[in-house]
Design a protein around this ligand. Structure first.
Ligand code: URA
Length: 202
């Protein structure tokens, strides 16, 4: 079931919107006639991609990663061999952060922390096998600020992988496919383990 329609996530969705309209960032939604952005993808995702905050395309569409960064993310998804039922996408901040002159800026630690309790509830409700942190803001939310691209770690018993934000690769004219190697290995291992458990139960 798609995250936006999922019963399983309805209380988190409500809590996120409630919190969002109370935050100063909500002025950006009003000013731009934009959206509070929840998530997209499967509510039963095995892989959860966590990004930073909506950009202009996401603010307009109401879904995360639907602009240029989203296009690159979809290339990564293909490279990893994932089907749409396998993954979901969300951000640590659900509102576009705008600075002086209406320019987009990274969310502040205060903004990330404000939404953190709901971010964590969303992660718990989706309950993925692997969390993929896309860039520093996502890593900050999960207390993993010093990770390097391609690095794996654990978070509350789940596998976690860090990669630079797709926008970073776009800025540098790269696709970053080579940085997905450890994630590919991790997913293969998870699949093998599942196969073995299946076989073991016969
Ligand atoms: N960058 C992000 O971190 N999230 C989005 O949804 C879009 C761009």
């Amino acid at each position: 079931m798609e995250l936006n329609e999922s019963q399983k996530l309805s209380s988190q969705r409500e809590a996120l919107f409630d919190a969002a309209i109370k935050h100063a960032l909500y002025n950006n939604v009003l000013k731009t006639n934009g959206h509070i952005v929840f998530g997209r993808g499967s509510d039963n995702a095995k892989i959860l991609f966590v990004g930073e905050a909506p950009g202009f395309s996401e603010n307009e569409n109401g879904k995360p990663f639907v602009g240029r960064s989203g296009k690159l993310l979809e290339e990564w998804v293909k490279e990893l061999g994932l089907q749409s039922a396998d993954y979901a996408v969300m951000n640590v901040v659900p509102i576009i952060p705008l600075g002086e002159e209406g320019k987009i800026r990274p969310p502040t630690p205060e903004e990330i922390n404000y939404f953190l309790p709901i971010t964590m509830k969303m992660v718990k409700a989706i309950n993925p096998e692997v969390i993929v942190l896309l860039g520093k803001s996502a890593a900050r939310g999960f207390g993993k600020e010093s990770m390097h691209t391609g690095e794996t770690t654990e978070f509350e018993g789940k596998k976690m992988f860090f990669i630079y934000h797709p926008a970073y690769y776009l800025r540098n004219g790269r696709k970053g496919l080579e940085d997905l190697t450890n994630l590919k290995k991790l997913l293969q291992k998870e699949n093998q383990q599942k196969q073995q458990t299946k076989l073991g139960s016969f």
